[in-house]
Structure formats: C-alpha cells, structure tokens
Design a protein around this ligand. Sequence first.
Ligand code: NDP
Ligand code: GDR
Length: 354
Amino acid sequence: MADKVALITGVTGQDGAYLAQLLLQKGYVVHGVKRRSSSFNTERVDDIYVDPHEREARFFLHYGDLTDSTNLIRLVQETQPDEIYNLGAQSHVQVSFETPEYTGNADALGALRLLEAIRILRLEKSVRFYQASTSELYGRAQEVPQRETTPFQPRSPYAAAKLYAYWITVNYREAYGMFAANGILFNHESPTRGETFVTRKITRAVASIHRGLQETLYLGNIDARRDWGHARDYVEGMWRILQHDEADDFVLATGEAHSVREFVELAFAETGRTIRWQGTGVDEVGVDAGSGASLVRIDPRYFRPTEVDLLVGDASKAKAKLGWSHVTGFRDLVAEMVRADLTRVAADARHGQS
Ligand code: NDP
Ligand code: GDR
C-alpha cells in the first residue's frame, strides 16, 4: 500500500511542527503550507526539512495562504492528500480584537475554502479533514468542565471566527458525507509556543530575569484559569481523531484548571525563587521573597475587552472512543518550558545576541 499523504496548513506554527514530526515518524509523506514572509518563519520545522537534492525527501513545503482560494485548490490538487489538517490561523485572541476582519477571513473562511477545495476537486469520499477548533468556543462557559455538548458562547473575534469554522466543518460532514472532524482543543503549550502567549511569555521572562537580562514581567489578568497540556500529546489526539472509524468532534484536555498566577509561581520556583503577592488590582506586584525585587507587575494593556475567565475540559469521550489521554501534566510542562528557555537564553548570551 502506498504511504499516506498529509497536507498541513499552519505547519510553521507550534502544532504544525509537532504534527509534521509525528506523521513523518508514522511513515507519512507530509506537505506543509507556509506563508511568504520577509523574514525566516520556518524555524520550527528546519530540523525535519531535508533538502530534496541530498536524499529522498518526505517533507515538502509549499507557499500558500488560507485567504487565497485558488492557491488552496491547486495545493490540494497537486498533493492529493489522504488527510488534511487545517491548523493555520491568526491564533492570538487579543490580536483578534485589533484585526477582527483578517481573523475572520483566515480562521472562518479559510476552513470553508479548504472544504470547498475538497468538494470542487471531488475528493469528498477520499480525503479526511481535521479542523483545529478550540476551547475558546465555550467562552463564558455554561458548564464546568466543558464537554462536546456544552453550548458555545464565543467572547472574541477569534472565537467567533472559529465558531463558523466549527459549524461549517459539521455542515460539510452532514451535507456531503465528508469525513470532516473537529478537535476542540484546550490550551496546549511547549518550549516552541509562540512568545506572546502567556505561558511562553512567562517562561522566557523567568529565564531572562534569572540571567539578569530583564527586571520585570508585565502581565494582564493573572486570575484567568486555563486547562494547559503539552502540544506533543495533543497532536497525537488530532491524528487519532482522523483514524477513528467515523467522523466526529472531540474535546482534548487534561481536566485540570490552573491560574496564570499559579503558572508564574511555579515557573519562578524552577529558578529557586518564591513569589509573594502584594497589593490588589492593577497595583498588585509579585515580589521575590529572597531579594525583595518586584518581578511581576500588572499592565492593563494586556486586559482583553471581553475575557474568558475559566476553561477546563472533560476529555472522557476522546478517552473512551480514541483511547487518548494526556501524558504530560501541568508541573512537568512548566518545568520543561522554563528549562528550555534557560538553555536558550544561555546559548544566546554565548553568541552575543542578548
Ligand atoms: P500558531 O500561532 O503557533 O500557528 C499558526 C500557524 O498558522 C502558523 O504556521 C502561521 O504561519 C499560520 N497562519 C497564520 N495565518 C495564516 C494564513 N492566513 N494562511 C496560512 N497560514 C496562516 O498556532 P498553534 O500551533 O498554537 O495552533 C494551531 C491551530 O490550533 C490554530 O488554528 C489555533 O487557532 C488552534 N488552537 C490552538 C490551541 C493551542 O492552545 N495552541 C488550542 C486550540 C486551538 P506563520 O508562522 O507564518 O505565522
Ligand atoms: P488564550 O491564550 O487566550 O487562552 O488562547 P493566552 O496564552 O494568550 O492567554 C491565556 C490567559 O492569560 C491571560 N493573560 C495574558 N495573556 C497574554 N497573551 N499575555 C499576557 O500578558 C497575559 N496576562 C494574562 C489572558 O487574558 C488569558 O486569559 C490560546 C491560543 O492558543 C488560542 O489560539 C487557542 O484557541 C486557545 O489558547 C485555546
């Protein structure tokens, strides 16, 4: 039997890179879509890219964009994938308040464009489609923990765009009999998480502060609670969703909620510091119990016009039907991210980049 072929949008992102690696290990030929950028944006996949001139390549990069229908149709036609993973998105919730129209175009209509590409090329019966749906759909959640049946109440342009993508995926499944599935994934992180998401922002700052390169970490709402898992575990779940005998929608989560505040405390603890909180509201300060230095301060710039206070998922359906559950817990995740940033900061210092 010929090797399976996968097409991944958003391959240069955190999940795209982890998924490409996983699928290559499983023997797939992997085609990834990358955007044209004036600077290098393939850092996360550079280590799996093999120059086709040197030896047989199984990983290919193609220029493309979710806002460009003809490009997507051509890519699907040329690569003839068995599985499409639509991970590409403007994925930052706060940024979506500033770029709502673009976010809708890429995140909502991007999913539609891919589904239409499949239909136009008459591949409905041969392609399996995965849509990167999100716990942000639950917004001000009406049930704790959230599961597949919990009503959606999006609280940002990002979440509203992803709501469209979720339902258009369900609709194409029902209307055209396509194998189109949603993974409703709760937050998942890693050492290669984008630097402006709160976990990575914290671990980078902890490492820089530890080396004396930064004095203060500025954050927004530190009482927000999230269900944080490891991206490595979640891409395995994506793959399992597409291997299931029928197309369906699944929550992937750890089932544990922690606050941003707890993340900060644990991350600093990795470098031997204990944080004591003083003051309230925007005047609250995280003080190093040892030195008395003010390491964490609140900057209202990072508050969102509408916030999501608590997300925590129930992944029992994925456990029962896919045999999936997370492996890496919260403490190990924080420790791995801090260690990686400490190593990176030390390497940058050696190369004189800091
Ligand atoms: P990242 O932000 O790390 O990656 C997003 C990817 O999408 C990048 O490769 C980016 O390219 C690409 N992209 C952005 N805009 C476009 C566009 N217009 N056309 C084509 N590609 C585009 O996100 P993650 O890897 O963390 O997340 C993957 C997906 O899963 C996203 O859809 C996200 O919304 C969703 N999700 C993520 C969760 C998480 O906790 N990580 C949880 C639930 C859902 P470039 O590198 O050039 O910017
Ligand atoms: P989120 O992730 O919005 O959950 O979306 P993010 O890490 O940006 O925020 C998590 C929570 O932390 C609070 N917060 C801050 N956030 C950022 N980015 N920067 C800060 O300084 C800061 N201070 C406090 C936020 O207000 C929020 O409550 C992520 C993305 O990956 C989405 O694409 C994905 O769909 C969801 O996770 C599930």
